[in-house]
Design a protein around this ligand. Structure first.
Ligand code: CP
Ligand code: NVA
Length: 315
């Protein structure tokens, strides 16, 4: 049994994990998925614990999957919205000191990455990033689980993300660095991922010797050639709604359609973290195709997060 190095830790980006820890989470996620589907014994329980799940942005998948994951593990989830926490001018320090008196885990969806960092700095409870403007590590773990389920490997998979250089692009760059998956991000100039995250992905690849090839390009069709996976995401993330029209214009030619999928390897997977904007970043025919695994990704949020929570909570 590998040593659990994750007890009590914070997960604010995938770079908080080592390749071995990613493997630990994915293996446990597979085990939990099997255990809960087969109603088998041996299910871990963290009864008597509480988790604050704080959503300062809208959510369907993240909220439901965290709540179900907590209940599966015997942890009582306490769901908080924008009016409940970090409101009424209360400081991050004071808010977190209060939460620490009640709960054993803090899950936070917010805007700035610095917000989850400040919460983690003050909190005794482990903190999980449930999406910020810059990172979405839980979606990254669920997507790695999904790719491995379908392609039976991660190292050497040619993963191409077409679209905005946003929190998902950053997350996939780090996911590649930790697993040896080759990640190419194709985004229009002006919408490419943060160069700091690209540099971090390259440096993590070197540090861990995973052999990932990391690239950022501007031509989605060149990038799509021979891909094993093509992924995309919304062109206007939460908080960018006012930029929607300008972004639709800037992303012309970046829709993942049948022609783009035809450039990829035969049977290449299509991935999207959802919610999708059909007719913008992806066509109906692609998202509804046999190669689309978007609902597997959604389900795997539960198993990846449940695995992560159980590793963070167990001694
Ligand atoms: N993919 C994802 O995080 O979905 P929600 O925004 O609905 O939680
Ligand atoms: N990039 C999207 C992801 C939603 C799950 C957003 O931040 O809105």
């Amino acid at each position: 049994m590998p040593v659990n190095t994750l007890h009590g830790r914070d997960v604010l980006t995938l770079a908080d994990l080592t390749p071995d820890e990613v493997r630990l989470v994915l293996d446990r996620a597979v085990a939990h998925k099997r255990m809960w589907r087969q109603a088998a014994g041996g299910r871990p329980s963290h009864g008597g614990k509480y988790a604050a799940i704080i959503m300062l942005k809208p959510s369907l998948r993240t909220r439901v999957s965290f709540e179900v994951a907590c209940r599966n593990l015997g942890i009582e989830p306490v769901i908080l919205g924008p009016g409940d926490a970090f409101s009424r001018s209360e400081t991050v320090h004071d808010t977190v000191k209060v939460l620490d008196r009640f709960v054993d885990l803090i899950v936070l969806r917010t805007f700035e990455q610095s917000h989850v960092e400040q919460v983690a700095e003050h909190a005794e409870a482990p903190v999980i990033n449930a999406l910020t403007d810059d990172h979405h590590p839980c979606q990254g773990l669920a997507d790695l689980l999904t790719i491995e389920e379908h392609l039976e490997r991660l190292a050497g998979v040619r993963f191409v993300y077409v679209g905005d250089g946003n929190n998902m692009a950053n997350t996939y760059l780090l996911a590649g660095a930790l697993t040896g998956m080759h990640v190419t991000v194709a985004s229009p100039l002006g919408y490419q991922p943060d160069p700091g995250v690209v540099a971090q992905a390259i440096s993590l690849t070197e540090r861990h010797g995973t052999g990932a090839q990391i690239a950022v390009v501007a031509d989605p069709r060149d990038a799509a050639c021979g891909a094993d996976v093509i992924a995309t995401d919304t062109w206007a993330s939460m908080g960018q709604e006012a930029e929607h029209a300008a972004r639709v214009a800037a992303f012309a030619g970046f829709t993942v359609d049948d022609e783009m999928m035809a450039l990829a390897a035969p049977d290449a997977l299509f991935m999207h973290c959802l919610p999708a904007h059909r007719g913008e970043e992806v066509t109906d025919s692609v998202i509804d195709s046999a190669e689309s695994v978007v609902f597997d990704e959604a389900e795997n949020r539960l198993w990846a997060q449940q695995a992560l929570i159980s590793l963070l909570m167990e001694r």
